[in-house]
Design a binder for this molecule. Structure first.
Ligand code: DI6
Ligand code: FE
Length: 409
């Protein structure tokens, strides 16, 4: 089978468990959708059937970015709530009044599937423009069997239409829909009943829940996870975002792929995650946008060896960003991650938070998903640490996804 060669690259391979894995004057050989060989140009194997050659003139190449936590599919937006919050009303208060997530549920149900798709596609393209090659998309604004299925179909359609890998997560246990007011146990029973149907339709890669005082209890979360386990589906959890509910430890007990947010994570939660290999997904956009002051326990996670991932958490209520690079910067400035930890968080550890081991590093056998960063455009990125540096700039890499260069659409 023929090979394409990308040469003259400065590679940040991210191999091993620390360091950028820099290779100056590096080369990548791509066969089909996989990396066939990666290393210094001087060591390129001879006598290969190379049918296409690309000279990169020293450009930095990293693995494609993995945004492992988004809520891209929803109707309407919540700009008015942002303004109310700035006039002194809290996020929790707005949620209790039936605004917040539930107002987006109303707008999502009222939208057609095609318009949900059109909005989600525009958002997804924005992520892709900044180098995203794999994105997770959650449901959670439909909150009925019919509307959750629509949202998950939109996620599947994104993956079928766009040159990006989409993983879909069922987050039906996100908020209590109005028709179940005062009957949250009944709603959880309904979620557990429709999950097998959504799974049978091929719509679900993982199951998530929002374990929080304003959402669902640990006992209710367990019921959802038991239903997921019965179907062989992996779980992940919105945990310890606004208070410590012991959600991370609960998730770890189910072998959760990830526990996400984690500002209020306890020492017990960290120990349980370390034992289970559960990834800590940090979401600086939500921390910033909700003007939180309690930092996630990054130093303790690091000491315990818990892998740290980063994501945009794009959603209309707590994190309307579509910039993964801004999240790298904010993870460094707000959470004190190093630029190297931030980049690992949006590549290899983001992939791990989705249960994907075949991407996130530049090494033979992995998917050929990589980003070639501009040396010009006013914001040159010559070293991987600089990905965290250009605060709020639009930086547009060339992207290769599954071995094929994507258009800069
Ligand atoms: N935590 C969040 O930050 C988002 N969902 C969640 O469980 C917020 C979603 C929203 O406000 O619409
Ligand atoms: Fe979220």
């Amino acid at each position: 089978m023929s090979l394409s060669l990308w040469r003259g690259a400065r590679l940040a391979t991210l191999t091993g468990s620390s360091g950028y894995g820099l290779v100056d004057d590096g080369a990548l050989l791509v066969q089909g959708d996989r990396l066939h060989w990666v290393g210094p140009a001087t060591a390129l194997p001879a006598g290969l059937d190379v049918t296409a050659e690309h000279e990169l003139h020293g450009a930095l190449v990293t693995p494609g970015l993995v945004d492992c936590h988004t809520h891209l599919v929803y109707g309407g937006h919540r700009g008015h709530e942002f303004e109310r919050r700035l006039n002194g009303v809290s996020y929790e208060q707005i949620a209790r009044e039936g605004g917040g997530i539930r107002s987006t549920v109303g707008a999502t149900r009222a939208a057609s599937e095609d318009s949900l798709y059109a909005d989600a596609e525009a958002r997804c393209r924005q992520l892709m423009r900044e180098g995203v090659t794999t994105v997770e998309v959650k449901s959670g604004y439909g909150l009925s069997a019919e509307h959750e299925a629509r949202c998950l179909r939109v996620a599947r359609r994104l993956g079928a239409t766009l040159p990006v890998t989409v993983r879909s997560t069922c987050l039906s246990a996100h908020a209590l829909p109005p028709e179940f007011a005062g009957r949250s146990d009944d709603y959880i029973a309904a979620v557990c009943a429709w999950l097998p149907e959504l799974h049978a339709q091929g719509l679900v890669d993982a199951v998530d829940a929002f374990c929080e005082a304003i959402a669902f209890t640990p006992v209710q979360t367990r019921r959802v996870f038991d239903a997921a386990r019965a179907l062989g589906l992996p779980v992940k959890l919105h945990a310890e975002q606004l208070s410590d509910q012991g959600g991370a430890a609960l998730g770890a007990g189910y072998g959760a792929l990830s526990a996400d947010h984690l500002e209020h994570l306890s020492a017990d939660g960290i120990a349980a995650m370390a034992r289970a290999g559960t990834v800590a997904v940090l979401l600086p956009g939500a921390y910033y946008f909700l003007r939180e002051t309690k930092l996630p326990p990054v130093a303790a996670l690091r000491r315990a060896g818990v892998p740290i991932a980063l994501a945009t958490d794009h959603n209309p209520g707590s994190s309307p960003t579509l910039s993964p690079l801004l999240m790298l910067n904010m993870a460094c400035t707000l959470f004190r991650l190093t630029p190297e930890e931030a980049l690992r968080g949006m590549t290899v550890n983001g992939a791990r938070a989705l249960g994907l081991r075949d991407r996130g590093q530049l090494v033979a056998g992995q998917r050929a998903d990589f980003a070639i960063w501009p040396q010009a455009q006013g914001c040159p990125i010559e070293h991987p640490g600089e990905l965290s540096y250009w605060l709020g700039q639009q930086v547009t890499p060339r992207v290769v996804w599954g071995g094929q260069e994507r258009d800069k659409a």
